[in-house]
Design a protein around this ligand. Structure first.
Ligand SMILES: Cc1cc2nc3c(=O)[nH]c(=O)nc-3n(C[C@H](O)[C@H](O)[C@H](O)COP(=O)(O)O)c2cc1C
Length: 199
């Protein structure tokens, strides 16, 4: 095998070493609990089952949080000047991912389970198989956008009888480093999501 072919193969295998993207099923964009009932039912929960969410629940949760809801590319939550300058990262036992709403997939960023970083000061969080991370460099509106997103996620959880809790208690520097974020980019808030712990 010539040197160039070998080098090309090595490069290809290095660049595709985290290529385990998760293609999601089409999200359901109708149905669920009546809105007022979901608002009335929403509650933080901290007793989580460790079982992974089904692909269907994951897809619907992500769409409700940061999906595209019209053909002009607008989202389920408003953003200042429609800049949409926030990313939804997802930590799962199988690694870290960025939600690509257009392609309806989770793009794998790394294959390490980083959930332990978020759970250091609140051990119950380690049970949750899904952690949503709101990632932005927008200092002015980023946290507001994250707030809209976590509220949508929480209402979806209420509607589907999933447990969730918004969490601000985590080591921001450590998770930022583990995710290899740019210096000006932060994880401004997180939310743990799971099935309720079996009684
Ligand atoms: C910005 C924000 C940060 C929060 N951080 C945490 C946290 O780190 N750990 C936690 O257990 N709950 C956290 N919570 C959840 C609150 O404790 C909870 O929303 C509050 O007690 C009211 O309860 P409810 O959500 O059931 O209405 C946070 C909530 C918000 C909105």
């Amino acid at each position: 095998m010539n040197k160039f072919v070998l080098a090309a193969m090595m490069l290809l295998s290095a660049s595709s070493s985290f290529a385990a993207d998760i293609k999601l099923p089409e999200p359901s964009t109708s149905g669920g609990m009546p809105l007022m009932e979901a608002i009335a039912t929403r509650r933080s929960g901290r007793a989580f089952d460790t079982k992974m969410l089904s692909d269907k629940h994951l897809s619907d949760l992500l769409w409700a949080t940061w999906g595209i809801s019209s053909e002009d590319g607008k989202r389920v939550v408003p953003t200042a000047r429609n800049r949409q300058d926030i990313d939804l990262y997802v930590l799962l036992p199988s690694g870290s991912y960025r939600y690509d709403a257009k392609a309806n997939l989770l793009k794998q960023l790394g294959d390490k389970d980083l959930r332990y970083i978020l759970a250091k000061d609140q051990k119950f969080a380690l049970d949750a198989p899904v952690h949503l991370l709101f990632v932005t460099k927008d200092k002015k509106y980023g946290e507001m956008h994250a707030g809209s997103m976590y509220q949508n996620a929480s209402l979806y959880c209420a509607s589907e009888n999933l447990k969730c809790v918004v969490r601000g208690l985590y080591d921001r520097a450590e998770i930022k480093q583990a995710l290899n974020l740019d210096a000006d980019t932060e994880v401004v808030m997180t939310e743990a999501v799971a099935y309720p712990k079996a009684q």
